[in-house]
Every structure is written in structure tokens, then in C-alpha cells.
Design a protein around this ligand. Sequence first.
Ligand code: IPD
Ligand code: CA
Ligand code: CA
Length: 255
Amino acid sequence: MINDLIEISKEAGELIRNDFGKTHSIEFKTNELNLVTETDKASEKLITDFIRKKFPSHGILAEEGSDVNKTAEYLWVIDPLDGTTNFAHGLPIFSVSIGLMKNGETIAGVINDVNRNIIYSAEKNNGSFANGIKINVSTNSNLAHSLLVTGFPYNVKENPDKAFERFIEFLKSARAIRRLGSAAIDFCYVASGVFDGFWEVSLHPWDICAGKLLVEEAGGFVTDFDGKKIDIYSKRILCSNKLVHQKMIDVMKNI
Ligand code: IPD
Ligand code: CA
Ligand code: CA
């Protein structure tokens, strides 16, 4: 089934690429920071039409609301355009993220890094790949030499879960921090050894599902801020190359 995820993520990436740089009808979701364009919706329609046609018994959990049969044996978890703010402002960092779960466990994940033309893919117990080439997390164990990445939720101004304080502590302890604006790409760059670690609060299942598997299959850890196991509904996500994981937990301990 991984080939189905790859095929449809490529088609969705093409659709998004064709729309990029054009004028968009932008709507607000929860507030003025949280945008949705017609491209998010068109990408979701393309992906979910494909699933409904080819796998009519499968369930769907998708960001823009095309949910069906969420208790089915197989569940597709879809972010049709991750990085909408970047997309709407003309910044070429956005992706398509598709995870496939079987009985509650993620068995496959694909993220299309649209503007770099890279398809990241992973299957349970079979490693992670970038355009078919095996990828691994970084080998750095020194937090002071780490490049980290984070993101902020759309209610950031309310400082949910002390997001600002955590950001400041990591600024002091790591080499540098980036904020790319696509959580799915953040996971891919941990999986491929670019970033040593990534943390964020208030992500959603479609941000987490494929990326978590990609990082784990590349040799990394994905937990909550206490090092405990998470699922796609968890709100505190810490992911790393394993080697700096405990050090990142220690930084967050007193926040
Ligand atoms: C957002 C991006 C961003 C993250 C936000 C997400 P969207 O997803 O992944 O990097 O910081 O928390 O909501 O809305 O562009 O799909
Ligand atoms: Ca997202
Ligand atoms: Ca999205």
C-alpha cells in the first residue's frame, strides 16, 4: 500500500505546486492566524477521492473535515497541505502528509516535501527513505552542538503550555533553533539527520501520524516532554535522534 500513498502524495504535490504563487481565496479558521485556502481543500478532495474509490472500506481522518468511518480497520490520516501560512505568503516550505494506520498502529507514512521534490516514506519495521534512499537520524550527542526546530500553534499569543519559556530555554542550550512552518517537514528533517531534535505543543493527528513513523524508522525517538509514549492525539511532542533526547527532556524539566 505504500505505493498508493506515494502516488497520491505526488499528485497532491503537483496540484499544490501549480497553485503556488497565484492569488488565493483565504479564509480564517479558529482565528486570523489560522488560514485555509482553496488549495488545501482541493488537495484534500484529490486524496480522499482516491481513497474512497480504491479503498471504499477504509476510514479517513483529514484536516479539512472529509472524515469517514474513523473506527475502520484501516485509517488514513491526512494533512493535505502542511504549511498553509508559508504557502499563502509565497514561502516555498510546505508539504503533503499521509499516514496509514491499521487497528490503531501506523503502518506507513509518506510526506511530500513539495518544493524540494523529495518523497519521504516509511513502513513499519522497514526503515525510512527519501526518494528511495535510506535515511538515518544524526549521530550528534551534544545538545550544545545541536540544530533544533520547533513550531507554534495558532493560539500562540495566549502562550499555551508555556511555549515561549520553552523556546527561550532551548535558545540558551542548543546551537541554533529554526521555525520552518511545516511540522511534517520538521519530522522529515529529524529523520534525515538535518535537525537533531524537534518539539512542539498542540499539534494534530495529521501533523504527527506520518512524521512519527518516519523518525522512528530512521532510528529516532518520538515521545512526550517526559519521555513517555505518545499517540497521534498527544499534544506535547518531542522528537530527536535519540542521543539528545534525555538532554532535551532535562531542559524542559523546570518549565
Ligand atoms: C501547521 C504547521 C506549523 C505548525 C502548526 C501547524 P498547517 O500546520 O505544521 O509548522 O507550527 O502547529 O498547525 O495549519 O499549515 O497544516
Ligand atoms: Ca498541519
Ligand atoms: Ca494543513
